[in-house]
Design a protein. Structure first.
Ligand SMILES: NC(=O)c1ccc[n+]([C@@H]2O[C@H](COP(=O)([O-])OP(=O)(O)OC[C@H]3O[C@@H](n4cnc5c(N)ncnc54)[C@H](O)[C@@H]3O)[C@@H](O)[C@H]2O)c1
Length: 249
């Protein structure tokens, strides 16, 4: 799976799965464009990747909720590297955690739901829209959206997250894939169960009795974005240590 000279835009690239993806794609020769709101972490990660002298790393300070910043990120990728080959839509999070809200559904301020929908659903939508013209021009490209088992299961609290993830896993991924058929652009969704980006994820129940390692998810995404997976598009893929398959009480 060579990614030599491929250009990969990674939203949420400053942390977690996005961060490890940046390191792994660059180690395989890709040029990475990291889009995130955490500038300090972005600078440190770009420096560390560029010191290694494999693929190059640049960053764009970008809030995925703001279309002009999303468009500027796509433009920066084209100006710097001349192509956009892969888009990884990692930026996201559970709105109650990200907005420090511990209120039950009826008392949750609507601004918290807005954050959950805007970052988790509109962000991937905006980024797909911004990169598609270049992918059409190239007649190639792969877009990976990040769903979640919560999009399948729902959640009695923090309802924007499961709603947004369900939208990505079905409507958005299939719709982008359908648009992409004629342009050799693939779109897939990867939907993790618990992943060890935070120690607390080890407490979620799964069939295998453990959370996935970050590297396991990144390896799967690298496969899906490689030429080996050229027959795969429009589909959602759980990587959840068997959580969805567990017998229900
Ligand atoms: N970790 C898990 O167990 C798990 C499980 C299922 C799904 N997911 C999904 O996988 C993706 C990555 O998860 P992670 O745990 O690696 O995330 P993380 O929390 O480690 O990183 C998320 C990144 O997104 C960035 N971000 C937040 N808001 C942003 C905005 N408005 N604009 C741009 N960047 C923004 C943050 O700064 C951070 O760097 C998310 O979409 C998440 O919902 C994670």
């Amino acid at each position: 799976m060579s990614f030599q000279n491929k250009t990969v835009i990674i939203t949420g690239g400053a942390s977690g799965m996005g961060r490890l993806s940046a390191e792994c794609y660059a180690a395989e020769g890709a040029n990475v464009v990291l889009a995130d709101i955490n500038e300090q972490a972005l600078i440190a990660l770009c420096d560390s990747i560029n010191e290694k002298g494999q693929g190059r790393a640049i960053y764009s300070l970008c809030d995925v909720r703001k279309y002009p910043e999303v468009k500027a990120t796509a433009d920066l990728a084209i100006e710097t590297f001349g192509s956009i080959d892969i888009l990884l839509n990692f930026a996201g999070g559970f709105e109650l955690r990200m907005c420090n809200c511990d209120k039950p559904f009826p008392d949750t301020p609507v601004e918290v739901f807005d954050w959950g929908i805007d970052v988790n659903l509109k962000g991937p939508f905006y980024f797909a829209h911004a990169v598609c013209p270049q992918m059409v021009k190239q007649h190639s490209g792969v877009i990976v959206n990040l769903g979640s088992v919560t999009g399948e299961e729902g959640s009695g609290a923090g309802m924007a997250y499961p709603s947004a993830k369900a939208g990505i896993m079905n409507g958005l991924t299939k719709s982008i894939a359908q648009f992409g058929f004629a342009h050799n652009i693939r779109c897939v969704c990867v939907s993790p169960g618990p992943v060890m980006t935070r120690p607390a994820m080890a407490n979620m129940k799964t069939g295998l009795g453990r959370a996935a390692e970050v590297r396991e998810v990144v390896d799967f995404i690298m496969y899906l974005t490689s030429d080996k997976a050229s027959a795969i598009t429009g589909s959602n893929h759980f990587i959840d240590c068997g959580r969805i398959a567990m017998p229900r009480p």
